[in-house]
Design a protein around this ligand. Structure first.
Ligand code: DX5
Ligand code: ZN
Length: 217
């Protein structure tokens, strides 16, 4: 069964506590927290005061997906605010090795996200150091976008790389995940599914979380 990480981006920010409680009481495994800077991606999500509020409530693993340039300067703050996994974008980092070591030196798990155009082979010389690879199945920046079909092939090639290099990295997939593709994504090699609009737009989000989990069995 895959791990499931509901994406807070699609939650109701007018009553965030309610949605955080819903996830706490659900079968979901992680909180997926999207941070956007309006530079790396053409959107701005939320910053540290909101993260502080999330940290006070959220009782599960907190996974921050940083869609920002120059992420290194904020790692200590993310650590203080209870983040367990930091995922930075391959396309936003000049010295990826140094950036990954900085995350790990603060005792957080380190992930690298690949936008749809970025080839998995580029991780060949860093995969040993990673706890997670995030395969983006939409262009980063917005919830509710259409799933890119090439993702299955990409997850499979990422899995090959992980096996070949004997890496322990988890494969996470993010964007357009829903009941129709969850099983195929898991069968292709995904370990963690991120889902935003599919959960929060559902009539019964708790039931949708349950259904998504069961569908990956
Ligand atoms: C998009 C974000 C996603 C987003 C997914 O850039 O990284 O985490 O919330 O939303 P859905 O599941 O609606 O595609
Ligand atoms: Zn995300």
């Amino acid at each position: 069964m895959a791990l499931l990480a509901p994406s807070i981006l699609s939650a109701n920010f007018g009553n965030l506590d309610k949605d955080l409680d819903m996830i706490n009481s659900s079968e979901a495994d992680w909180f997926h927290i999207d941070i956007m800077d309006g530079v790396f991606v053409p959107n701005i999500s939320f910053g540290f005061p909101v993260l502080e509020a999330i940290n006070k409530k959220a009782k599960k693993i907190k996974d921050a997906h940083l869609m920002i340039i120059n992420p290194d300067q904020y790692f200590q703050t993310f650590k203080k605010l209870g983040i367990d996994y930091i995922t930075i974008h391959y396309e936003a980092c000049i010295h990826l090795n140094r950036t990954i070591q900085e995350i790990k030196n603060l005792n957080m798990k380190a992930g690298v996200a690949l936008s749809p155009h970025t080839n998995t082979n580029l991780l060949e010389d860093i995969i040993d150091d990673l706890d997670l690879v995030l395969v983006m199945s939409v262009n980063p920046g917005f919830g509710g976008q259409k799933f890119i079909e090439n993702t299955y092939r990409k997850i499979a090639s990422c899995k090959d790389l992980i096996i070949r290099k004997n890496s322990k990295a988890l494969i996470q997939v993010d964007g357009g995940v829903c009941l129709e593709n969850a099983k195929k994504l898991t069968d292709s090699g995904a370990d963690v599914l991120v889902a935003g609009s599919c959960i929060f737009n559902a009539k019964d989000p708790l039931q949708m979380i349950k259904d998504l989990k069961i569908s990956t069995k």
